[in-house]
Design a protein around this ligand. Structure first.
Ligand SMILES: C[S@@+](CC[C@H](N)C(=O)[O-])C[C@H]1O[C@@H](n2cnc3c(N)ncnc32)[C@H](O)[C@@H]1O
Length: 272
């Protein structure tokens, strides 16, 4: 691994002493303005990431290349994004592997698309359908901007405007990942695109949606249906004050995964 200095055109995360975070693109001669004063981009261009700089008011700021989580939390949103804590679970429990062919919907703001794209890697493909033109455009811009910030193009992402419940031509995909309101409608329709043994994964905010989805999966040729949610509690570690933070994101969504059976049997095998 070679250490690269920060260059003009790169996207940078600035973090102040109160953990306020700003995403900026470095540009020669430009200034960054915040409550903490101004900062010349030129001070960062040519420096290593992890550099500490001081604003015109003397405030200390750290500069890093953003992680994918940093970017997702800061990028512009059309639809509500899947948060990093859930992205991690989806990638692992839906078993998104390098080289996988993944069918996704809806693209929304592109948060899940980006996580899937990173997990399938150069040899994989993410085909993502989005019903709304405006959401498709927002998602496409976010995906493109993330890759442009890395100096590349989103080669393994194919974003389409369309209804994932209608006429999906793909077949034999390894994984079907749905973050939309009525995923049960995919069972027996979109699920024809999924290879036997493939995993269907749904992200759902409410219990009635989970119930309807799980019932449809069990009736519609899926086994090993697994439902869970992920709670992440951050901690405050300062002197004697070592305790959970007072606030947390308590509920985002439930994750349901299931495996497609080879035949359309009633999946009466106990779920995991
Ligand atoms: C909650 S958002 C998805 C957010 C996205 N996962 C992200 O992380 O940014 C749900 C999206 O599904 C889209 N949608 C709803 N029904 C759809 C369908 N039948 N086919 C394709 N997209 C659909 C909506 O327009 C909306 O943009």
């Amino acid at each position: 691994m070679t250490e690269r200095v920060l260059a003009a055109g790169e996207r940078i995360l600035l973090v102040d002493s109160r953990d306020r975070r700003y995403l900026i693109t470095l540009s020669t001669g430009k200034q960054f303005h915040s409550h903490s004063g101004t900062l010349d981009h030129d001070e960062l261009i040519g420096a290593f990431e992890g550099t500490t700089v001081r604003s015109s008011k003397g405030a200390r700021m750290l500069a890093f290349r953003p992680t994918l989580s940093d970017y997702i939390l800061k990028m512009q949103r059309g639809a509500q994004v899947v948060y990093p804590k859930d992205l991690g679970l989806i990638i692992m429990y839906a078993d998104i592997f390098p080289g996988a062919a993944v069918l996704e919907a809806g693209t929304g703001s592109g948060s899940l698309t980006l996580a899937l794209s990173r997990a399938v890697g150069d040899a994989g493909l993410v085909i993502s359908y989005e019903l709304r033109e405006d959401h498709h455009e927002r998602g496409a811009a976010n995906v493109r901007e993330w890759y442009e910030g890395l100096g590349g193009k989103p080669e393994n992402v194919d974003l389409r405007v369309g209804d994932v419940f209608e006429d999906i031509p793909e077949s034999g995909v390894d994984r079907l990942v749905l973050d939309l309101p009525e995923p049960w409608r995919a069972v027996g329709r979109t699920t024809h695109s999924l290879a036997a043994g493939g995993i269907m994964c749904c992200y759902l905010p409410t219990v009635p949606q989970v119930q309807q989805t799980v019932e449809a999966m069990r009736r519609g040729g899926f086994g090993i249906v697994n439902t869970f949610e992920g709670l992440v509690r951050t901690w405050n570690i300062e002197g004697q004050s070592v305790r959970p933070d007072h606030r947390m994101v308590a509920h985002t969504g439930f994750i349901v995964t299931a495996r497609k059976l080879a035949g359309l049997e009633d999946a009466s095998i106990p779920d995991a």
